[in-house]
Write a new protein. Structure first.
Length: 170
């Protein structure tokens, strides 16, 4: 069983389990120190070698979020890159297989959007079944549609989605 707890950037709570023994996943801003674990999760879940230097640059320069399980193990993340001066591209949102279907991805996305709002006017992303994966790929279009994104372009295997962000969203 998993409960997801969103932690404010200035809070430092211990990783672990609550009094009922339920694992607590902490969602927080990602840091450059998280990049080795981000890269390892990419190696496990995707195919090919991630560009660690590029990921580190994006994590340092643009909003990025990490989800950590008890013991501090990274179980999910997202990072972004500028698409235009007022539009941010969500480059990657990934949750480890054993932590999927527990609202971890939703909490990562919502936390990331809070960090983005007020700094950018919109988000763009591409969900494609053609990106390589080490496991059976599940389309994520429905996930993004549930979170207010709009499909603006579709092919047989890919979908471009966008979302406008209000100023100062909380």
């Amino acid at each position: 069983m998993c409960r997801v707890t969103v932690i404010a950037d200035d809070q430092h709570l211990p990783y672990g389990r609550d009094r009922d023994g339920v694992a607590v996943v902490q969602i927080r801003r990602a840091e450059v120190a998280d990049v080795p674990q981000i890269a390892e999760l990419c190696r496990v879940e995707l195919t090919g070698e991630p560009d660690v230097d590029q990921i580190a640059d994006w994590v340092q320069r643009y909003p990025a979020v990490a989800a950590c399980a008890p013991g501090g193990t990274l179980v999910g993340f997202c990072y972004s890159n500028v698409f235009a001066p007022d539009i941010l591209e969500l480059d990657n949102l990934l949750v480890a297989r054993g932590w999927r279907d527990r609202q971890v991805g939703a909490r990562i996305l919502c936390t990331w959007e809070r960090h983005v709002a007020g700094r950018f006017k919109a988000v763009i992303l591409v969900n494609s079944m053609l990106y390589p994966s080490a496991t059976t790929k599940r389309p994520a279009v429905a996930f993004y549609l549930r979170h207010g994104y709009t499909a603006v372009l579709r092919t047989e295997a890919s979908c471009v989605l966008t979302k406008s962000l209000p100023d100062g969203q909380s």
